[in-house]
Design a protein around this ligand. Sequence first.
Ligand code: SAH
Ligand code: SF4
Length: 349
Amino acid sequence: MYICDMLKTQLKGLSLPELEAFVTELGEKRFRANQLYLWMYNRLATTFDEMTDLSAKFRQQLQQQADLSAVTLETVQKSGSDDTQKFLFKLHDDARIESVLMAEGDRRTLCISTQVGCPIDCKFCATGAMGLKRNLTSGEIVDQILHAARASDKPLSNIVVMGMGEPMLNYDNLMQALAIVTDEDTLNLSRRHIVVSTSGLIPAIQRFQEDGHKYRLAISLNATTDEVRTQLMPLNKKWPIRMLMQAARDYANASREIVTFEYVLLAGINDSVEDARRLRQLVNGIRCKVNLIPYNATLRHFRRPEQAAIDAFYSEMRSLPWPVTVRWSKGVDIDAACGQLVTKAEGAI
Ligand code: SAH
Ligand code: SF4
């Protein structure tokens, strides 16, 4: 349980049994927890005053002893070029994180953060350049989702855990947050519409598989040789490509789910036709999707490939029996890629 100001209990992120423990400690009946649960996670209440079916006395008690807000909205940027909104949130310790809401047809996809910064240190990533400050609490993860649900013109349909941080290093808090928002009494999000993206921590992929919770898995591959991948992603020294592909294959076979491989295209580094051929070979025996992501130029020493190179890479991949897509970052005009707004706000780039 996250204690705020050393006095107040943070309610966001608490499960129903945890809320029951909290209300009974205050001397209230257990069913009050159910009311609180629905007000927070279903009706998206932001104040105790809105919770009109709670007695005035209980509401006052909550006001004094509980905190309903784990993240505070600092700015929203709306893209002029598409329907993307980017939220910058301030946390209780003044750290900042971001989430991005993307609209496409009826689909509303939210990209959420799981850590302040990230310890994995991928050389092309603005979040990686910040280092790790700390893990987010389950409340800070849930509250990003609740804020976006309020700001969205349509119900949220998809969540991608591809914002700041390595989700697998904050596994328990993430899973607690996702269990809350997939509950049919709350936002009722479909587990199949939630994608957790990892840089390739093999033991975590194995745990994800063993837990069998039906969220989808994405793996950031980003290179086709160990030499290049280790330069871009130092964790490759410990978990090289061959081991990673075996873990992905085991996961796909055991879970019968399709894995997504993400591949950020960096000019002159991993975007040659030979790379495309090697990538095709690597994913050949694994039921998967391949997502090519032209680099969103955040750090000076990396560039997005020219369109011709992207097209050549894509054509080489097309003969695969699996779907291959090129994902153009949405909201490019508002820097809606991983880690950019916070680092700009803090003057780091
Ligand atoms: N830490 C997790 C999830 C967050 S990063 C992971 O690495 O998978 C989500 C994706 O964004 C990763 O595939 C990463 O390679 C990619 N990414 C990071 N910075 C980027 C940038 N500037 N342009 C395009 N993709 C980027
Ligand atoms: Fe961390 Fe993902 Fe960025 Fe790598 S790409 S530093 S794992 S957030």
